[in-house]
Design a protein around this ligand. Sequence first.
Ligand SMILES: C[S@@+](CC[C@H](N)C(=O)[O-])C[C@H]1O[C@@H](n2cnc3c(N)ncnc32)[C@H](O)[C@@H]1O
Length: 255
Amino acid sequence: MQLTLDTDARTLTLTQAGQTRTLPLYSKAAFEALSRQWVRVGWNQKYQYTFSWMGRPVIQLPEDMLRMQEVICDLQPDVIVETGVAHGGSLVFYASLCKALGKGRVIGIDIEIRPHNRSAIEAHPMAGLITLVEGSSTALATLQQVRALVAPGQTCLVILDSDHSYAHVLAELQAYASLVSVGSYIVATDGIMLDLADVPRGSADWATDNPTFAARDFAAAHPEFRIEQPRWPFCESELDANITHWPGAWLKRLA
Ligand SMILES: C[S@@+](CC[C@H](N)C(=O)[O-])C[C@H]1O[C@@H](n2cnc3c(N)ncnc32)[C@H](O)[C@@H]1O
């Protein structure tokens, strides 16, 4: 694709597969086209590896964190389950929201919780709201531990941020979907991989091996879930699509 940005003419011209489209620069369509490229270049530059929350590194696009905050504030979950802990920044972020709301706690699952990360999470001011479970997210022993920590009838939100292969995410969706309460979500993060197959740090097989396709196929087989971007509680713009590393990630439980 070729993108020609002309700030004098106030246009953005896109050429792809022999087709040319010229957009007004200060338009919704131009913002969306520029954002897509910003996300791709930023991902390659490891922009998502430059943030921390309350002292812990968090490997997320801030736009996704803010949208997740809107969902948590609206849903007020009793339990947030996240697969993929790494340094613990996202767990601390969710726990800090629970603390501010006066409701909820967080369960974090990782195949390997490195000792320095475990120590820092366990010493953190939010530690009282965080339970760590070590093991593969799809292992039976892990699932038994997690299920024992979520009581029937609790409002539960699940975030999948561990191994992002199609097979693993589909297995996680099948394993964790029953924990999700009606009206809540299971979120298959990092599907941006499907749009990174051609970027320098990306991989060609991501065009098909990605979480977005796992979520799509899960939804097709499970009519009780629908892929649905959560409603923005505030919007005075014509914009309506998340700028995200999580395209097609939000599976809402309908029944
Ligand atoms: C992208 S990082 C998580 C980032 C974290 N949620 C954050 O926002 O800062 C992915 C984590 O998944 C873990 N992981 C990989 N395969 C896993 C598996 N099968 N089960 C559980 N965790 C796994 C890795 O050890 C790694 O810590």
